[in-house]
Design a protein around this ligand. Structure first.
Ligand code: ZN
Length: 673
């Protein structure tokens, strides 16, 4: 055969090699250390259930376009056009408003990964063109300064990086990296990722052990840098993430400007978790969203570097949260002041802050802890968050949002940032954008894999294909969870093979609402979890909360699991003064509340007798289809001739409260013995 030297191929190869080296993708090809358990990516899981699929669809068709429209109306997107010189005018809004746009862009990217949509992709490309143009030549990107560097927005600092405690320059960068990576993975288009890389390179030139020191006032860049490292393989981003974490508690000369009352809170080092080096922290303190992002960032850096000190620190802090600072709804952040964690056992109901973003941060953190430790207890917490205090943050219609998520309302008490009902938008609009990115990425929490083990973490009607040693295994779940406890799992390998299926047995199904003694069920469950493999009942062999089934699987194998879905009364640790003498209701993973709309206009004077029989009843046409709990309660004013009269009550899942106007609501109800 005649040898033909093809120059065009050689040139192409050289260009490709130079490109790969410049991106350090060669490094990425080198196996990176990462979490020992790998989540099955949300892009590989198809959800078609009755609970999540409609919410994901509403997020795609309503929430994402709605949030972009709000970003347009409020000048958030114009800020990029102005910074790019495409438009005249001053910066509008708060100094960190760029981050809201990035979060919706991240959500839109995830949505595009699941559901191609040329119109949305075109919108994203146009928006990215503005972001590209708004970036300064050296990579700096922060429209609140670029538009008019002599008059930056309040709190931005008079020079770049001069007011890190307050400016959110690095926070915005972190959200931008997350969005850019998401869009790159969704479409393969590089322009947004190039913006992120150029910006991170600038920050890496400015900050470091031998360069400028500084503590980002609001954590987030650490998570973004870890993602940028994963996609580019460039270790300097990982080193930079670790540098910013290690700066905390060591660089106490945090300059806060101006020292006005508006910014006073930023000067408290506990508020931004910079009171101690991160590896010495033991208790969750300060602003709950900052904290949740920091613990998640520490988990990422620990997974990517093997740093054990980070892991012991976040393990200790997790113990503190789940045993002393976690609401029954999975919410965190008890206080309005500083949107912060309270003291141990400080869990007020009516004034509970429980920011929607904090619930999302808490879910992200618990998922990462599961990936580090392969223990189901973290998924128990995650499940509690996602079915309760997280989705309460968005209305069923997808265009109204709660910022705080209290556990009680008198229909009058107003919140910092909040109102009595869900609002279309906020001046500080962190929560809606966070919802847009959480929902499409939700399928990524359902399955995971480690070697020849497939984990089923959440029970959601869905399907996926997971590969073990070249054998493609189709996994499918059929269920009406959380309303029904029956889950049918189809395990369908391409060819017969030995591997393990680990199915989470939720803490709630074993008598523990959450790990630790913060909450407990009043009665032992009289139902048991039933597991059948190929029709035969099996003994449940659990380890770290998972029922383990290791065997040779054949095409068409089936596993059935039945969780006892009884109505349960929950009691709180007596150290929580607020809940003394009170009881809450749960069924499966769902926490309930009483709302006035179902109970003749009042719920705060009701009490629940211990002997009241409680029954569940599905109502398909109410609030998106929900299971109700019905029973008899006692009203404080209904004592006649020394006898307490009883009346009927109806409880609804907490996550749908607030859809029928402002009014009374309570999760914890006085208990009548
Ligand atoms: Zn928020």
């Amino acid at each position: 055969m005649k040898f033909v030297f093809k120059w065009n191929i050689v040139v192409k190869l050289i260009i490709t090699a130079v490109f790969l080296m410049s991106m350090n993708v060669m490094g990425a090809a080198k196996k990176q250390k990462d979490y020992s358990v790998k989540p099955v990516p949300f892009t590989d899981v198809r959800v078609n259930d009755i609970f999540w699929a409609p919410r994901m669809e509403t997020n795609r068709t309503v929430t994402i376009p709605f949030a972009f429209k709000k970003c347009e109306e409020t000048g958030r997107i114009n800020n990029f056009s102005k910074a790019a010189g495409m438009m005249e005018g001053k910066f509008e809004g708060y100094r960190y408003n760029d981050s809201d746009v990035y979060k919706v862009m991240e959500g839109a990217s995830y949505s595009l990964s699941l559901h191609p949509d040329p119109k949305l992709e075109k919108y994203m490309d146009d928006l990215i063109a503005k972001v590209v143009a708004a970036q300064e030549d050296d990579g700096y990107l922060y429209t609140s300064r670029t538009i008019d560097p002599d008059h930056p927005a309040a709190g931005a600092g008079d020079k770049r990086w001069s007011n890190l405690g307050v400016s959110h320059e690095l926070y915005c960068a972190g959200h931008m990296y997350e969005a850019a990576v998401a869009y790159y993975l969704a479409t393969g288009k590089r322009s947004f990722l190039d913006v992120a890389v150029k910006n991170a390179d600038l920050i890496d030139r400015v900050f470091g052990p031998d360069k400028q020191h500084g503590v980002p006032g609001h954590q987030e860049i650490e998570i973004g840098l870890a993602k940028l490292y994963r996609v580019t393989g460039n270790e300097k981003y990982l080193r930079l993430a670790k540098f910013f974490l290690d700066e905390r508690g060591r660089n106490q000369k945090l300059k806060i400007y101006p020292k006005s009352s508006n910014f006073a809170v930023y000067s408290e080092l506990e508020y931004l978790q910079s009171h101690k080096p991160v590896i010495e922290q033991r208790e969750a303190v300060g602003h709950a969203v900052r904290a949740g992002y920091m613990y998640s960032g520490m988990a990422d850096v620990a997974a990517l570097t093997g740093d054990k000190d980070y892991i012991s620190a976040i393990d200790r802090i997790w113990e503190n949260v789940v045993t002393k600072k976690l609401y029954l709804t999975g919410g965190i952040g008890a206080r309005h002041e500083g949107e912060a964690f309270g003291d141990n056992y400080e869990l007020p109901n009516r004034t509970a802050y429980n920011e929607t973003c904090a619930a999302i941060a808490n879910a992200m953190w618990n998922h990462r802890l599961f990936l580090l430790h392969s223990d189901a207890k973290y998924i128990d917490v995650l499940e509690r968050i996602v079915y309760n205090g997280l989705i309460s943050g968005v209305s069923l219609s997808g265009d109204r949002f709660f910022y705080p998520n209290p556990l009680e309302s008198d229909g009058k008490y107003k919140f910092n940032q909040g109102e009595l009902t869900r609002k279309p938008w906020f001046d500080c609009a962190c929560c809606p954008g966070n919802i847009t990115r959480f929902l499409p990425s939700f399928p990524g929490y359902i399955y995971a894999q480690k070697g020849d083990i497939i984990y089923i973490n959440l029970f959601v009607q869905s399907s996926s294909t997971i590969e073990i040693d070249g054998n493609r295994i189709n996994i499918g779940q059929e269920t009406r969870y959380p309303w029904d406890g029956a889950v049918k799992i189809a395990v369908d390998p391409e060819r017969s093979g030995k591997f393990a299926l680990y199915i989470r047995i939720p803490g709630w199904a074993q008598g523990n609402p959450v790990p630790g003694d913060l909450y407990g069920y009043k009665e032992k469950s009289d139902g048991e979890v039933v597991l059948k493999v190929s029709g035969k009942k099996c003994r449940i062999d659990t380890n770290k909360g998972f029922a383990r089934i290791r065997r040779r699987w054949e095409k068409g194998d089936k596993v059935e699991i039945l969780f006892p879905m009884q109505v349960r009364r929950v009691l709180c640790n007596e150290k929580v003064e607020e809940n003394l003498g009170k009881v809450a209701l749960e069924r499966g993973p769902v926490v309930y509340c009483l709302e006035d709309a179902d109970n003749n206009g009042h719920v705060l004077e009701l009490s629940l007798p211990d002997d009241s029989v409680l029954e569940a009843e599905y109502c398909g046409d109410k609030l998106g289809g929900i299971m109700l709990i019905k029973g008899e309660c006692a009203a404080l004013d209904s004592v006649k001739e020394g006898k307490q009269l009883r009346k009927k009550f109806t409880a609804i899942p907490y996550y749908v409260w607030g859809h029928r106007g402002a009014g009374e609501m309570a999760v914890w109800i006085p208990r009548k013995k």
